[in-house]
Design a protein around this ligand. Sequence first.
Ligand SMILES: CC(C)(COP(=O)(O)OP(=O)(O)OC[C@H]1O[C@@H](n2cnc3c(N)ncnc32)[C@H](O)[C@@H]1OP(=O)(O)O)[C@@H](O)C(=O)NCCC(=O)NCCS
Length: 317
Amino acid sequence: MHLVPATDAQKVQRDALTFSEWGKLLTPEEYIVRELRLRSHPWALADMRTWLLCSDEGTVLASCETFRTDSFRRAPDGALLPGDSFAIASVFTEERLRGHGHATRLMDLLASELERQPRAHAALLFSDVGPRIYARSGYRELPAWDWHLPPSPGAPGEGVDSLLCASDLGPALDRMRRPELPFFFWPTPSQLDWHLERGRIYVDRLGCSLPESAGATVGASTALWGLVGRSAELTVLMFDARSPAEASALLEAARREARRSGLSRVVLWEEPGNASLLPLVAGASRVARDGSLPMVRPLRPDVHPPALLPVPRGLWV
Ligand SMILES: CC(C)(COP(=O)(O)OP(=O)(O)OC[C@H]1O[C@@H](n2cnc3c(N)ncnc32)[C@H](O)[C@@H]1OP(=O)(O)O)[C@@H](O)C(=O)NCCC(=O)NCCS
């Protein structure tokens, strides 16, 4: 068995098979168009690869995708040392081939391949099938809690300094504090826009409108959000609140944006940096996340992802 990068034709062949798993709300034709559109997004064009596990005869046994993601190690003097991490998505084995260890073999060969990349730091994935299968290949699970807030009436911009739009993603990310940790992942503006692109694909099917804002600022605090997939929710992608009052102001703006856009709720992933603020936000409730369990695996011996590594929703693939 061996691992190979997929050709464009092989990617489309996989799309036809993965439709049954990830094509909800779409026809098979629409799903193929969705996949081509997402693969044409600048972030995917630059940083996405599709991988195939093939038998010695060349039969495709399993597949997945990797998205290169920026990550940083902190030197003893505090300097940030950039490197490449890889977010893994769409691990898939055809139903008739399941239960023979193909996905596990794929993950093991992929880790060996990624370890050989010159700037490799770590691999990250979001499991929808629990931790066990990926733990076998060296991945460790991280906490996965969400905060839900209902929409609320009013003008989204009231109570914040500014509302942001998609062209503000870069400056907004620049305002945000990087984690004070020996290792962390950090998304690019293009990576965050890829999430908004998913929302642009689904909006017509959801009976809502695209949120006019992509986030807000208040004081030194910043949030980025959007419609990011096939759930009619306002999903917070990045959140850096410096005080309980500023956390509340940002989330109140998000709740109003959700109402204005016809979305059912605001969803924010808990991170170590916001965990103490969110219980103080009126109307917010904490729920165990359903799926998307973050799991991380170092790709070199001197990378030590902390037990409480922050994984904002903006890193999801
Ligand atoms: C998950 C999947 C990739 C596993 O492929 P596979 O080639 O059968 O994987 P392996 O043989 O290496 O491992 C199978 C293990 O996965 C587990 N598994 C498969 N689907 C699961 C699910 N929905 N929930 C929990 N565990 C699951 C099996 O129970 C088995 O565990 P065990 O060996 O401890 O008994 C395959 O079932 C699949 O394509 N599913 C649909 C797409 C999907 O959910 N992908 C994962 C996204 S994170």
